[in-house]
Design a protein around this ligand. Structure first.
Ligand code: UFG
Length: 326
């Protein structure tokens, strides 16, 4: 069985759907503080639980024959992490230690970890490869870096094997599963909300960055392509006794202005916008090299085009105008 923390979240729910479709038996563990019950595939076993609850975690690991863990549950917002760093260390790092301990104390030694491009900080070279120094510039990225360090320690001292997937900017929707963060802070869903009149105006956070048009450049990856990479990583992890770290991005950079203009074109609307102050914690540019995962796992992008990513987000928001019901 495969144990998925945060399976009610945006990325977790898509991966759970693909796991089930690929005939894996899945247990979702989520406290639903940020995830959505209706996003969890009904074919998975659902346990409402918190990673702070060590007793419940131990009971679950004793009850079910868990072969591997996919760990999505975490706080993800850069801005929030700058404001409330201690909550991030508590929820992301401390709770991850609870999970790793429960695993190792019960003979489960395989984990796929949702890491982030935020571990790199301001890139010293582009595209960013996995061996780029880890110099996060916000508490969120710091928590992901710390957990990666812990994974290496657990490998050394407890025999854990892991695959850490460093996500770049994930967007889009799959089937009836989409992005519903409350509040929403991510670029593409916010542009779409402004297009649908759910936000008064779209705000560009700063146009004085050292980039071609002054707005930040990011590498956008479709949630489906990202989810497929988890299935490939899981297969490898179940087969081989080897830990790995992989970037997951599209290897293309788009500025905030370019994403906005593409969205106006795809949606066929002049979306209202304004330029406002920079958002603390943002780096000017992030572009991935995903050569390693392409070469080693045979991963390829099927829905990589930015227009498809925006269109899928738009369709999902039209179908779920108020987001998930629960
Ligand atoms: N942005 C705006 N206006 C908005 C929202 C965002 O201009 O209303 C800008 C941001 O300033 C940034 C870019 O759009 O320059 C992307 O911002 P997002 O909030 O969509 O994404 P981030 O790059 O800040 O972070 C996301 C995830 C992180 C992950 C990172 C990896 O939230 O968890 O991608 O690249 F680490």
């Amino acid at each position: 069985m495969i144990f998925v923390t945060g399976g009610g979240g945006y990325i977790g729910s898509v991966v759970v759907r693909l796991l089930v479709e690929n005939d894996y038996e899945v247990i979702v563990y989520d406290n639903l503080s940020r995830g959505h019950l209706s996003a969890i595939d009904k074919r998975a076993i659902f346990i409402k639980g918190d990673l702070a609850d060590k007793d419940l975690l131990l009971e679950v690991f004793k009850t079910y024959p868990i072969e591997a863990v996919l760990h999505f549950a975490s706080y993800i917002e850069v801005g929030e992490s700058v404001k409330y760093p201690t909550i991030f260390f508590d929820n992301n790092v401390k709770n991850c230690i609870n999970l790793l301990n429960s695993m190792c104390e019960n003979g489960c030694y395989k984990i796929i970890f949702s890491s982030s491009a935020a571990v790199y900080g301001e890139p010293l070279s582009l595209p960013i490869r996995e061996n780029h120094p880890l110099l996060p510039i916000n508490p969120y990225g710091e928590t992901k870096r710390l957990i990666e360090e812990l994974l290496f320690s657990y490998e050394k001292y407890c025999g854990l094997k892991f695959i850490s997937l460093r996500y770049f900017n994930v967007a889009g929707a799959y089937d009836n599963l989409g992005e519903d963060h409350r509040p929403e802070t991510h670029l593409i869903p916010l542009i779409v909300k402004a297009a649908l009149g759910k936000e008064r105006i779209f705000k560009i956070y700063g146009d004085d960055y050292p980039t071609k048009d002054g707005t930040c450049i990011r590498d956008y990856i479709h949630v489906y392509d990202l989810a497929i990479a988890h299935i490939l990583a899981l297969k490898k992890l179940l087969k081989e006794e080897k830990s790995e770290v992989y970037n997951l991005g599209s290897e293309k950079g788009y500025s905030v202005k370019e994403v906005f203009e593409t969205a106006c074109e795809v949606i066929g609307k002049k979306i209202p916008y304004e330029i406002v102050e920079r958002r603390p914690g943002d780096v000017p540019i992030l572009i991935a090299s995903s050569e390693k995962i392409k070469k080693e796992l045979g991963w390829k992008r099927e829905r990589g085009d930015l227009k498809i990513i925006i269109k899928d987000t738009f369709e999902w928001q039209k179908n779920f105008p108020f987001g998930y019901p629960d």
